[in-house]
Write a protein that binds this ligand. Structure first.
Ligand code: M7G
Length: 322
């Protein structure tokens, strides 16, 4: 069974999702102790499966894990190897000039991208479980009286973000940094992107300032930061990956999963998860809106979807808001 190499072990306790360590202190040595509990979600279209598993850590204790397997895209430059390697071909059906096959490429050409969250909290497991979703229309007042108190007690740890900002994790993956404490940020590949092709390019900008939780905290005083992220991000991606700004989707999520302001950069042609109208807010629109009204995001009703089992949905129901 494949070895999973643990990132550097770090010690401090995470804040609110109850998970240990700055860099994940209890990473498993291998997947051989993997025990499938349940399939949380699968997608034939995205060729992805999300599983809840139990894994043994280095001390031999069983802990919850989320394991995500994703079949990776083809690379045009390696495709001739698949054919010249003379892989096993099994006929499925044939009709006139049409025939379909199962093809079994050699292991080096049949990689599966694997993402492991370990130890995982119940909140991680819930994030990936398939659920009915409901739209919420959150006014500025709803945010202050329902959402904010809830997320202060319940949100995911952002320790992984602090590890990046402090160069304790993923330092070698940083593509660009503007070090200004108020208006600077770090740009690096999102962990959803394997960086093997630009068709599914996905980077994130994490701002240095730690007091902006989400879109809701933005006001016109943050325009220099947002403008830096947009213009520097676009020009670095053009230089480094050859993707023009006209082919980049630059946006924020509301609600995000992690309440430390960050901006997503994805290839326009890539149907990235989380680009639906009820979640993605184009950074260029955000900048314009703040130019029109400095308090735009404190005043506006924002619409987003919540899964049936999300406690925040329950809070809105209790308040008679949905
Ligand atoms: P989000 O809008 O807060 O939540 O985006 P989402 O995950 O529901 O979209 C956070 C982004 O950070 C996502 O695109 C994640 O794939 C990415 N991300 C999350 N983690 C834990 C990491 C990480 O450890 N490293 C990197 N490079 N990206 C991460």
């Amino acid at each position: 069974m494949a070895e999973l190499h643990a990132p550097e072990s770090c010690k401090r306790k995470r804040e609110s999702d109850g998970a240990p360590g700055e860099g994940g202190e209890a990473q498993p040595a291998s997947l051989s102790s993997f025990k499938l509990q349940t399939v949380l979600r699968e997608s034939a279209r995205d060729k992805t499966i999300f599983m809840h598993a139990k894994l043994k850590d280095k001390e031999g204790d069983e802990k919850d894990a989320v394991v995500i397997l994703e079949k990776t895209p083809f690379h045009a430059d390696g495709i001739s190897d698949i054919l010249s390697d003379d892989p096993k071909l099994k006929l499925q059906m044939s009709n006139d000039v049409y025939s379909t096959y199962s093809l079994y490429p050699p292991p080096q050409l049949s990689e599966i991208k694997t993402t492991l969250i370990f130890p995982a909290t119940e909140k991680h497991i819930q994030k990936y479980r398939r659920q009915e979703v409901h739209l919420i229309h959150e006014s500025g007042e709803d945010y202050r009286s329902i959402t904010l108190p809830f997320l202060e007690s319940q949100s995911f740890s952002v320790q992984w973000v602090y590890n990046i900002l402090e160069k304790r994790a993923e330092a070698d993956r940083i593509v660009h940094e503007n070090p200004d404490p108020a208006n600077g940020f770090i740009l690096l590949p999102d962990f959803k992107w394997d960086q093997k092709q630009v068709d599914d390019l996905y980077l994130i900008a994490l701002c240095h300032i730690r007091t902006i939780k989400s879109l809701r905290d933005l006001s016109s005083e943050h325009l220099p930061l947002l403008n830096n992220i947009l213009s520097e991000g676009q020009s670095v991606i053009q230089k480094q990956y050859g993707v023009n700004k006209s082919q980049l989707r630059v946006y924020l999520h509301y609600q995000p999963s992690y309440y430390h302001l960050h901006v997503h950069f994805t290839a326009l042609g890539y149907d990235a998860p989380g680009t639906s109208v009820e979640r993605a807010h184009l950074l260029s629109d955000v900048i314009q809106n703040l130019g029109l009204d400095p308090q735009y995001y404190q005043r506006r009703t924002l619409t987003y979807a919540l899964r049936e089992d999300e406690p925040l949905l329950q809070k809105f129901r209790e308040a008679g808001k949905c």
